[in-house]
Write a protein that binds this ligand. Structure first.
Ligand SMILES: CC(=O)SCCNC(=O)CCNC(=O)[C@H](O)C(C)(C)COP(=O)(O)OP(=O)(O)OC[C@H]1O[C@@H](n2cnc3c(N)ncnc32)[C@H](O)[C@@H]1OP(=O)(O)O
Ligand SMILES: O=C([O-])CC(=O)C(=O)O
Length: 371
């Protein structure tokens, strides 16, 4: 019995939610390039949960349900006000608040398919409200209630900033949400499936997934990319900074991928969005610096940007605080986690691999006073 470090290349389940085949990402058979161009995030949510695109009527009904279920318990906002909020990472707050949601849900432990579908809607609707409420409370402002007449992407920006976003921001944010919604058996999705395969509840699965997404080798990388760009500051310092990092074997955040070796198909969309948005804000330097970093890292390490690299300058251009980048990833990816959780319940078996033991063998117990 020998271990595969990091489970690389191990096929751990079947799934019809999304696929990565020959470097092409598809949600239930739909190429991500097509969806990024044409779909609203709500359409993608429907697709992931139902294995088909919605009719107009179904889409209207999903949008209505999401808007109607977006309010969060006041206790969560009070909880935010009760701790040293400046010292708390928003992903930690989101993780705790998501777990807290279960305590206010009388159906939390109802494992029927109907109850799980209702909880799915509530989670998808409430995560944006949690993230934006946290950001506002931290800034000394009151949270803003979601509006029934705005779509998912617009509502997020509205609840964050307190003003109706323009069409360019809505389109860019919608596209980012579409691109982040699902990604086969990534670390956080696998975490959610492992959790619910014990027949634990959907809130536990999503809370566990948020914990896994937080790490900088996964979703947490987008915040680290922006930190790197801000540390570098100006294009003229890029070469020295990156060379120094590579010479010291420091990983460049936003590069490399466990599955894609010829490039992440989502990155080109975000790269283009970064170019357009930084031009609009008059801060094209973030895009230019990113392009130069890509040139160096690709040339020297053969590594290509992943989804997190250009999303950093996209979110920055939308005026979003850097530590809210990963929570935004969660706001989108919860759609994929839920799809996988529901799929896991449908055809469940406990997930319990083995470990190759490498510790000492046959030790004799020594009484404590003899050690
Ligand atoms: C949404 C997402 O989760 S996308 C990924 C987000 N994460 C990041 O951007 C963090 C930076 N990237 C990485 O750490 C890695 O590329 C991962 C974790 C994404 C994938 O890693 P793995 O497939 O496990 O590759 P692993 O970490 O083993 O690296 C293999 C080699 O490439 C190097 N390498 C991989 N990524 C990078 C990087 N970003 N910068 C510099 N070197 C890198 C490693 O140092 C290692 O080199 P070595 O063989 O000389 O020791
Ligand atoms: O699939 C992965 O390993 C990470 C990733 O790109 C994602 O979760 O979007």
């Amino acid at each position: 019995m020998s271990a595969t470090k990091g489970l690389e290349g191990v096929v751990a389940t079947t799934s019809s939610v999304s696929s990565i085949i020959d470097g092409v990402l598809r949600y239930n058979g739909y190429n991500i390039d097509d969806l990024a161009e044409h779909a609203s995030f709500e359409e993608v949510v429907f697709l992931l949960w139902n294995n088909r695109l919605p009719t107009e009527k179904e889409l209207t009904s999903l949008k209505k349900e999401l808007a109607e279920n977006a309010k969060i318990p006041q206790a969560i906002i009070d909880q935010f006000k009760s701790y040293a909020i400046d010292e708390v990472h928003p992903m930690a707050a989101l993780r705790t608040a998501t777990s807290t949601l279960a305590l206010f849900d009388s159906e939390a432990d109802d494992s029927s398919e109907e109850a799980n579908r209702r909880k799915a809607i509530r989670l998808q609707a409430q995560l944006p409200t949690i993230v934006t409420a946290f950001a506002r409370v931290r800034a000394g402002k009151e949270p803003i209630e979601p509006r029934n007449d705005l779509g998912f992407a617009a509502n997020f920006l509205y609840m964050l900033n307190g003003e109706e976003p323009d069409d360019i921001s809505i389109d860019a944010f919608n596209k980012a949400l579409v691109l982040h919604a699902d990604h086969e058996l990534n670390a956080s999705t696998f975490t959610s499936r492992v959790c619910v395969a014990t027949l634990s509840d959907i809130y536990s699965g999503v809370t566990a997934a948020i914990g896994a997404l937080k790490g900088p080798l996964h979703g947490g990388a987008n915040e680290q990319v922006m930190k790197m760009l801000a540390d570098i500051g100006e294009e003229q310092y890029v070469d020295e900074y990156i060379q120094n990092a590579l010479d010291n074997k420091v990983k460049i955040m936003g590069f490399g991928h466990r599955v894609y070796k010829n490039g992440d198909p989502r990155a080109k969309h975000l790269r283009e969005m970064s170019k357009q948005l930084t031009q609009i804000t008059g801060e094209k330097k973030w895009y230019d610096m990113s392009v130069r970093i890509e040139e160096i890292v690709t040339e020297q390490k053969g590594l290509l940007p992943n989804v997190d690299f250009y999303s950093a300058s996209v979110y920055h251009s939308l005026g979003i605080d850097h530590d809210i980048f990963t929570p935004i990833f969660a706001v989108s990816r919860v759609s994929g986690w839920i799809a996988h959780i529901l799929e896991q319940y449908e055809n469940n078996r406990l997930i319990r691999p083995r470990a190759e033991y490498v510790g000492p063998a046959d030790q004799k117990y020594v009484p404590i006073n003899e050690r």
